[in-house]
Design a protein around this ligand. Structure first.
Ligand code: AMP
Ligand code: GLY
Length: 423
């Protein structure tokens, strides 16, 4: 079967690497892909926002399955357009993608199906929103309803900060995404990224990870798309996994099916482990980046077969397992990130780094220029270390980082610090 993978980040490079190993695969295409993915896929210039162009490409290249990496095409309804054209895909339809596309939609689902989450209210009017903020007090969290590239959340430490966030969002900082606001209580605890595969009716626990969102060491400074991650999350033992499935993932899947919007794809639950148990912070409807780079190296099983089973409603009978190993991913970003990253600096030494034991490199914002590899984005490289303990995984990841010659890049030196504190 020929497969088209949409996306160009480290997440998609990791997906490509695993899809390429499947005995079910004929040819693998990536759009737009990146220079790292070109080793296992044919990269093509195709805009995922142009559903007709994607469908035409699928017809010409006899694509049997489309894997959608990022959320925007899912929220825009690409999977619906593909289904109408008779093309199977991994990822939810537009109605089900509202789980990520609208925070208000997810809050309503939580209320209707008793899914534990922070108490919240929704507003389209700034004055009423501010009245609510004053009545609840700080700390309090202000969120834009729609997609805002992970930047539409302000955890305000004071009422004044929360009111300023309301004005900014209503003032158009995130365009239409911020015209409706969700204001919710601040949750306290440890955060975990939890992933479940879903075929509309059946959900199977897949993997857990923890990521580091802040740019600076000690989790300080501005938020980013993610500066590193490790998997599994040490706190997610079997009992907690069963509880998250029973209290959060399964009611959500049942609720979506009851409302006529069955969810198929990967459901990514951002969780806060509070004193009162796990609570949902948000759902995403796709794999995480950089979590995926730390999860997939541990997967024992055929990723393409699993994704197909999600699309075809056969997930209950699929077999997969994870190795007992730990993986830790360090993101290398270009100087200037998360502001304006400097483009064009040369990267050397990737082959040397990838040859080290237990080191896997995935590319994200890179570009080929003849034989040279150049930085071409914010998050540029991911270096994953695999080991029998988290400490060994981290040592291997940083050995990989140190073998790369890229003066224009930087990384955090403390990925995994919370989990490794006690070791
Ligand atoms: P989100 O985009 O909803 O994942 O939010 C981004 C980040 O904001 C999360 O990863 C949390 O660190 C933080 N956050 C969101 N909602 C809350 C909340 N209710 N309480 C505390 N922190 C939150
Ligand atoms: N690492 C968080 C995300 O992919 O949204």
């Amino acid at each position: 079967m020929n497969v088209l993978l949409l996306g160009s980040g480290g997440r998609e490079h990791a997906l490509a690497h695993h899809i390429a190993k499947s005995p079910l695969l004929g040819r693998l295409f990536a759009a737009p892909g990146n220079p790292g993915m070109a080793a296992v896929a044919t990269c093509v210039a195709l805009d995922a926002a142009d559903a007709q162009a994607v469908i035409d490409f699928c017809r010409v290249m006899e694509i049997g399955f489309v894997v959608v990496g990022p959320e925007a095409p899912l929220v825009a309804g690409l999977v619906d357009a593909l289904a109408e054209a008779g093309i199977k895909a991994f990822g939810p339809r537009r109605a089900a993608a509202q789980l990520e596309g609208s925070k208000g939609f997810t809050k309503d689902l939580c209320t209707a199906f008793a899914i534990p989450t922070a108490a919240a209210a929704q507003f389209t009017d700034a004055d009423t929103a501010k009245d609510y903020i004053r009545s609840r007090g700080a700390p309090i969290v202000v969120k834009a309803d729609g997609l805002a590239s992970g930047k539409g959340v302000v955890v305000a430490q004071s009422v004044a900060e929360a009111e300023a966030a309301v004005d900014q969002m209503r003032g158009g900082l995130f365009g239409a995404a911020g015209q409706s606001l969700v204001i919710e209580d601040c949750l306290d605890g440890e955060e975990v990224s939890f992933f479940a595969l879903c075929d509309g009716r059946t959900a199977r626990a897949f993997a857990s990870a923890q990521d580091h969102k802040r740019v600076g060491e000690g989790d300080t400074g501005p938020n980013t798309g993610g500066m590193g991650a490790y998997s599994p999350a040490p706190v997610m033992d079997e009992a907690l996994t069963a509880r998250v499935m029973a209290e959060i993932v399964e009611p959500a899947l049942r609720g979506m099916a009851e409302m006529g919007m069955p969810f198929q794809g990967v459901l990514f639950a951002g969780l806060m482990l509070t004193r009162d148990g796990p609570k949902l912070i948000e759902f995403n409807v796709r794999f995480g980046d950089p979590e995926t780079q730390a999860i997939l190296p541990r997967l024992q099983g055929d990723l393409l077969a699993l994704m197909l089973a999600c699309a075809e409603g056969r997930l209950a009978w699929e077999r997969f397992a994870f190795s007992a190993q730990h993986a830790l991913t360090v993101v290398l970003a270009a100087e200037g990130y998360p502001g304006t990253p400097k483009k064009g600096s040369e990267i050397r030494g990737l082959d040397k780094a990838a040859a080290l034991p237990g080191v896997i490199i995935t590319q994200a914002g890179t570009k080929r220029d003849g034989t040279r590899l150049l930085a071409d984005g914010g998050r540029v490289l991911n270096v994953t270390g695999l080991g029998s303990s988290l400490a060994e995984a981290r040592a291997r990841a940083y050995a990989g980082v140190d073998a790369i010659d890229w003066p224009g890049g930087f990384c955090r030196r403390d990925i995994g610090w919370r989990a490794l504190k006690g070791e």
